[in-house]
Design a protein around this ligand. Structure first.
Ligand code: TYC
Length: 104
């Protein structure tokens, strides 16, 4: 038998292990179109994405001018739910507003 100080230690956790993993995050983008009103897009950004009126207006104008803009960054299931809410509200109001998501 090897001397005690050369034997492997048993039952001792040497390092604390990270048990949790961070969820992958997804960017949700609003897409421009020619028919959805600016007011409706601002309302969506306030109601669904929690933006202030000022922020919502800035994002809406960015989308209007550049074709696409960031509405928020969320874990996958929350991003998917927000997109479904936007599409449903847009459809109900007769607007073709679309959004999509992309892994961060
Ligand atoms: N381009 C639209 C208009 O001129 C406004 C708009 C902005 C539509 C952002 C969609 O995601 C959008 N009425």
């Amino acid at each position: 038998m090897a001397p005690k100080d050369q034997q492997p230690q048993r039952g001792v956790m040497e390092k604390t292990r990270q048990k949790t993993t961070k969820p992958s995050m997804y960017k949700v983008f609003l897409l421009n179109d020619d028919y959805t009103t600016m007011e409706f897009v601002v309302e969506i950004l306030e109601r669904i994405f929690g933006k202030s009126k000022v922020e919502a207006t800035q994002v809406m104008l960015h989308v209007h001018r550049n074709g696409k803009g960031l509405a928020g960054i969320y874990p996958r299931d929350i991003a998917e739910t927000k997109i479904a809410q936007v599409h449903s509200l847009a459809r109900d109001n007769g607007f073709p507003l679309k959004c999509d998501m992309e892994k961060e």
